[in-house]
Design a protein around this ligand. Structure first.
Ligand SMILES: C[S@@+](CC[C@H](N)C(=O)[O-])C[C@H]1O[C@@H](n2cnc3c(N)ncnc32)[C@H](O)[C@@H]1O
Length: 346
């Protein structure tokens, strides 16, 4: 999904996507015997099944889907898939090249949104004093730069070998030894631990939770959203980057990359697990968040770089804030001083 090959494919698709949508495909698709009509039929069946599922669940809010019945975010197939890639995280030209490049957007996105609330007090380390949880951190591609900005960052991932890779890589940089740590666990496990902690039950720990390119790999988004809220301090920020659930993301991520050109193994993507910004917003708001911004992101495979775009049709970044509850005032010294900062900043 994140290889350069896939990126090149995306660029090509941009050239002919409109004709493809109109059913006038004259690309390699036709030459290889690929049938766009069959794909459209398959897609229609999927949509009908989704509609049917929703109508069966008409007595519950629409954001609560069949996914929420499991109460675990872990999809064993996803864990197996990432297990097989656990040694590849720091190959900048490899499977995760696009994630490396995405740091150019997502690190400033997280930093600047946090700085709009928390005043920087340490030159060169603007996020000093903040605790960030990086959910689904993989090899630590995003965890490390956030640590270099001064935050105390905990990276968690259910894939133990990815955590080992992340620990080994961060150990090469002495500047990270205080600020960055990793654990092989899930968000729900971490959340449950804090529930049983000696401090206030369910005490919120983090100023920010980051889940970048993760939610499309989870089994249960309801549990994810609930646990994010649970581990965040009131007023804390949630940052998500993910893939929209559109025809274009279906065509790129499922049909072309898997079924047509076999650039990624069949089954790598589950379009049903992609989520639109609107659905994600509903899910988060029902779990105590207020969504502050949603920005479209676009990968340019020719340059291997990302840029912001007005369209959220494929990739997007979202910033939400846990709605402050007056019954749960910030308790820590750091938090209260950050709250004052927020007041003076605005
Ligand atoms: C596409 S990678 C993104 C890694 C990292 N966030 C980044 O952007 O560099 C998706 C990550 O989600 C992790 N993951 C899969 N299921 C998860 C779960 N239930 N909870 C947390 N992380 C999970 C995978 O192991 C993998 O590391």
């Amino acid at each position: 999904m994140f290889s350069n090959k896939f990126g090149r494919l995306m660029l090509g698709l941009y050239g002919w996507k409109m004709s493809a949508v109109c059913g006038v495909v004259q690309s390699s698709a036709g030459r290889s015997g690929f049938s766009w009509t069959a794909v459209c039929k398959q897609r229609t069946l999927w949509l009908q099944r989704s509609t049917c599922l929703k109508s069966q669940h008409h007595t519950v809010p629409c954001h609560i889907s069949a996914r929420s019945a499991s109460h675990t975010t872990v999809d064993p197939d996803e864990v197996r898939r990432f297990q097989s890639l656990a040694s590849k995280w720091w190959d900048e030209q490899g499977e995760f090249a696009a994630l490396h490049a995405m740091n150019d957007l997502r690190v400033p996105f997280i930093r600047d949104n946090l700085l709009s609330v928390h005043r920087a007090r340490h030159p060169g380390r603007p996020l000093a004093g903040l605790r960030i949880l990086d959910v689904g951190c993989g090899g630590g591609l995003l965890t490390e730069p956030l640590g270099r900005l001064g935050a105390k960052v905990l990276g968690i991932d259910p894939v133990e070998d990815s955590i080992s890779t992340a620990q080994l890589h961060s150990s090469y940089d002495p500047d990270l030894c205080d600020g960055v740590s990793y654990r092989a666990c899930t968000l729900e496990e971490l959340s449950a631990e804090e529930e049983g902690g000696a401090e206030e039950p369910g005490a919120a720990q983090f100023d920010a939770v980051v889940a970048s390119e993760v939610v499309e790999h989870l089994a249960d988004l309801e549990t994810f959203a609930f646990c994010c809220s649970h581990v965040l301090k009131p007023g804390g920020s949630l940052f998500i980057t993910t893939i929209n659930k559109t025809n274009l993301s279906y065509a790129l991520g499922i049909v072309v990359a898997e079924q047509l050109l076999h650039i990624v193994p069949s089954g790598t993507h589950d379009w049903e697990k992609f989520i639109s910004p609107e659905e994600l917003e509903r899910l988060l708001e029902s779990n105590g968040f207020s969504v502050k911004s949603v920005e479209g992101m676009l990968y340019n495979p020719a340059s291997g770089s990302w840029s912001w775009t007005n369209s959220t049709a494929i990739n997007y970044a979202l910033h939400a804030v846990k709605v402050r509850d007056d019954a749960q005032p910030d308790q820590t010294e750091d938090s209260s001083s950050h709250s004052e900062d927020a007041a003076t900043h605005s």
